[in-house]
Design a protein around this ligand. Structure first.
Ligand SMILES: Nc1ncnc2c1ncn2[C@@H]1O[C@H](COP(=O)(O)OP(=O)(O)OP(=O)(O)O)[C@@H](O)[C@H]1O
Ligand SMILES: [Mg+2]
Length: 267
């Protein structure tokens, strides 16, 4: 069976595990039960992401984007189909797959530094020098050097989301899953953080998969934009974004792609 996105044949890449891609979601079907009736959410969704790529997922509200991201994170199991990360079948969460949600979900009783160091702490590695250096590096990288001892309630929305990014990156994830990470921020902070995510991605080399409603955000950051139908989500397009970085919103090629995506979304 040929993957509809990559044209690759997963069976030909090793059967039980899939090699080469950072993420392979293959023929994924998922549903929930709502008011005692099945609610189909993902309808034969196949998406493969190469190592180091940054891919955005866009689609109508409620189509199933967060569900797909949760399945890739290992927070839920698909009804049918298979999900591989780094060639291994996903069967639960793993520190190699970091997740950043729309809400920063920082622990209010821990300082910025303690929140960012939570991963190493939970893994029992907080005493290791390399782990401490990594946490320190991430605090500096997201510009929170002056707020190490601040509590989440003392942070602005943008700072809290920076801390959430740093917390995910402190685990050195090979794959970073972002679910509308900037969705609740004002336009100015959002545009600053878009640049920062682009810089973090280039500096850290992780594979990025980001759900967003913002077509411009997707085009500023991504190598590819995958577009979904209304629920149950099917992939309706998978567009490469072959524009030089850093990207400019007023570039005619950027504007053409934006229009094309909006047309596909029926907007
Ligand atoms: N745990 C759950 N139990 C029951 N239904 C759920 C559950 N999680 C999601 N759903 C339903 O599945 C559908 C897809 O939800 P999902 O959160 O994946 O959509 P989405 O594309 O991320 O939407 P949005 O863009 O608004 O965030 C929705 O109809 C939602 O109500
Ligand atoms: Mg969602």
């Amino acid at each position: 069976m040929v993957n509809t996105i990559t044209g690759q044949n997963p069976a030909g890449r090793g059967g039980a595990t899939v090699g080469g891609s950072a993420v392979d979601a293959l023929h994924v079907v998922h549903a929930f039960v709502s008011h005692r009736k099945p609610l189909p959410v993902l309808d034969d969704v196949s998406v493969s992401v190469e190592p180091g790529q940054f891919v955005s997922l866009i689609g109508p509200s409620g189509c199933g984007k967060s569900t797909l991201l949760r399945l890739i994170a290992g927070l839920d199991t698909p009804i049918r189909g298979e999900i591989y990360a780094d060639g291994h079948r996903v069967d639960g969460p793993d520190p190699s797959r970091g997740v950043v949600f729309q809400d920063p979900t920082l622990l209010p009783w821990l300082t910025v530094e303690q929140n960012i160091g939570l991963g190493p702490q939970v893994r029992g590695a907080a005493d290791r020098k390399d782990e401490q250096e990594r946490v320190e590096e991430m605090i500096e990288m997201v510009g929170l050097g002056g707020f190490r001892t601040a509590y989440p309630s003392e942070l602005s929305g943008g700072m809290a989301q920076r801390a959430a990014l740093a917390r995910a990156l402190a685990n050195r994830p090979r794959i970073l899953l972002l679910d509308e990470p900037l969705g609740k921020l004002d336009a100015l902070t959002r545009s600053v953080l878009q640049r920062e995510i682009a810089d973090l991605w280039q500096a850290q080399g992780f594979t990025g998969i980001m759900v967003t409603h913002d077509v411009e955000e997707a085009l500023l950051l991504s190598d590819r934009v995958v577009i979904f139908s209304p629920r149950p989500a099917r992939v309706i397009a998978d567009l490469p974004v072959e524009l030089d970085r850093p990207r400019a919103q007023d570039d005619p090629a950027f504007r053409d792609l934006r229009r094309r995506i909006l047309d596909l979304l029926g907007q």
